[in-house]
Design a protein around this ligand. Structure first.
Ligand code: SF4
Ligand code: SF4
Length: 176
């Protein structure tokens, strides 16, 4: 779950939530934090990291984001199966500890502004961000990744019967 920066107003909510009824009342009409899961991932420092992030982002309903502490997360936008039709937790007594510990003080409804510093909803947004990143290492990662991808494409699109001779010249072998 996304932890939002705590505002003074939200901090009061931490104190206000003392029992289940109050908890439900505070969440009335909202299901946002039960509609996704997010997991921490490696910050991109290698071509493989970039490739992995692109792999996440080419899937439907998958985002990647970065928090204020520069931690990276992959987010799967997928509704919890325990949410009932009225939008309440249908598994309240058994809900995982993660759900129990999550406070309205940290949630989007009671906080202004996004929790994430950067949010990527597709691979194009991510690659554009890398290309314009302040860090020269990240910019170079994007360049190297594009070069690697172009080379891979060239290799794949080469005719299967094309070979190089001992001097590195391309030759084409006849098929029988
Ligand atoms: S904790 Fe916040 S985001 Fe989650 S359901 Fe309650 S009000 Fe909505
Ligand atoms: S178990 Fe309940 S509180 Fe936890 S994500 Fe599912 S519906 Fe929300």
């Amino acid at each position: 779950m996304t932890v939002y920066p705590i505002t003074p107003k939200a901090e009061l909510l931490n104190q206000a939530r003392t029992n289940d009824e109050e908890n439900w009342a505070l969440c009335s009409g909202c299901t946002e934090c039960c509609e996704y899961i997010s997991l921490e991932i490696d910050r991109p420092t290698t071509l493989k990291d970039v490739d992995n992030i692109i792999w996440y982002l080419i899937h439907q309903n998958v985002w990647v984001w970065v928090d204020e502490e520069d931690k990276w997360y992959v987010q799967f936008n997928t509704r919890c199966k325990k949410l009932d039709e009225s939008g309440r937790c249908g598994w309240y007594a058994h809900r995982p500890k993660l759900c129990q510990d999550y406070k309205q003080a940290e949630c989007p409804r009671y906080n202004s502004g996004p929790a994430e510093k950067f949010l990527f909803k597709d691979e194009e947004q991510f690659m554009n961000w890398l290309a314009l990143a302040r860090s020269s290492k990240l910019r170079s990662l994007q360049q190297r990744y594009l070069v690697q991808r172009a080379r891979r494409w060239q290799r794949k699109s080469k005719k299967p019967n094309e070979r190089k001779d001992a001097n590195g010249r391309r030759t084409t072998t006849e098929k029988n």
